[in-house]
Design a protein around this ligand. Structure first.
Ligand SMILES: Nc1ncnc2c1ncn2[C@@H]1O[C@H](COP(=O)(O)OP(=O)(O)OP(=O)(O)O)[C@@H](O)[C@H]1O
Ligand SMILES: [Mg+2]
Length: 289
């Protein structure tokens, strides 16, 4: 096991089952609650005064679920991920991970942002192996694991390429392999494909959905893109303009092994994206004031 197991998973599942906040729709009933926000608010004190980023957020993310967060700029989506990662404490309410309060830093989650933060002086292998070096995994074992990960993300054969020699999509795959090298239980992803062109983006969406499901990872994925929010999600959480509150939690009843290429022709997908559009369009012409 490469990740740091803090709690016995069975005990954690029991404690999560007793958690009164458990029971949100959208995941198999037997799944444990992994991340729970219980009446969460976050206010930042700035020189210009207090900024209320989010208010009254109550949300459970269950083990194995793919949850997308969508909402206007500044409504607190990144702030919610940061609190789950233990980078910020909430100003009100509680954020739990497997029933325990999230402490700085939550090592059981992996975080992927829009910027891939690859080390330019290291090749692909050298980048992906970093988490294993930090954990002092024996070299042969680490190399074996990196080789398996590179195969999974479709970068086999590019071990010796440097980030400057990679396409945008390959850089994302490399960052994804490095994230998976930590073997986190949950992947927190903040607009990870925002900078990619439409075709590459679709390719990465297919990969991320396939990999998270195949590896049994839980995913919380922030996006501005309504199509992406529906295409990837088991559940999609729609936020209001700042201070962000939950406007709607939308179940996405598309099959787990959905064909992302063919979704455009799927009536459920079309109806849901239209519903989200109607929900969010009143906020479209508001500035992030
Ligand atoms: N460290 C911080 N200090 C002060 N204010 C902050 C901090 N982090 C976020 N904020 C403020 O909190 C609000 C929510 O920010 P956040 O980055 O979470 O929004 P977001 O929904 O992720 O926006 P975007 O879609 O543009 O990425 C914003 O008004 C932002 O200015
Ligand atoms: Mg953000």
């Amino acid at each position: 096991m490469l990740h740091t197991a803090v709690t016995d998973p069975a005990a954690a599942r029991d404690s999560a089952a007793k958690d009164p906040a458990a029971g949100a729709p959208g995941a198999p009933a037997e799944s444990a609650t992994l991340i729970s926000y219980e009446g969460v608010g976050k206010t930042f004190e700035t020189l210009q005064g207090d900024v209320v980023a989010v208010r009254d957020i109550t949300l459970d993310v269950r083990e194995g679920e793919f949850v997308t967060l969508v909402g206007p700029s500044g409504c607190g989506k990144s702030t919610l991920l940061n609190m789950a990662a233990g980078l910020f404490e909430p100003s009100a309410g509680l954020v739990r991970y497997r029933g325990e309060l999230v402490a700085p830093y939550n090592q059981r989650v992996g975080y992927m942002t829009q910027n891939d933060h690859l080390l330019p002086w290291r090749d692909v292998l050298g980048n992906v192996i970093v988490p294993l070096e930090i954990r002092r995994v024996p070299k042969a074992q680490a190399h074996e694991r990196v080789a398996a990960l590179l195969e999974k993300v479709g970068l086999k054969g590019f071990e010796r390429a440097y980030p400057s020699q990679l396409s945008g999509g390959m850089r994302k795959r490399c960052a994804l392999a490095r994230l998976l090298a930590y073997d986190p239980e949950a992947l927190l992803m903040d607009e990870p494909f925002g900078a990619l062109d439409a075709q590459l983006r679709l390719k990465m969406q297919i990969e991320i959905r396939r990999l998270t499901k195949a590896l049994g990872k839980t995913a919380v994925f922030v996006t501005h893109d309504l199509d992406e929010a529906v295409a990837l999600a088991d559940r999609c959480v729609v936020f209001t303009h700042r201070p962000g509150t939950i406007a709607r939690v939308v179940e996405v009843p598309l099959p787990p092994d959905r064909d992302l290429l063919g979704l455009r022709h799927n009536a459920i997908y079309r109806d849901l994206t239209a519903e989200l559009w109607d929900l969010l369009s009143p906020d479209m012409d508001r500035l992030d004031d």
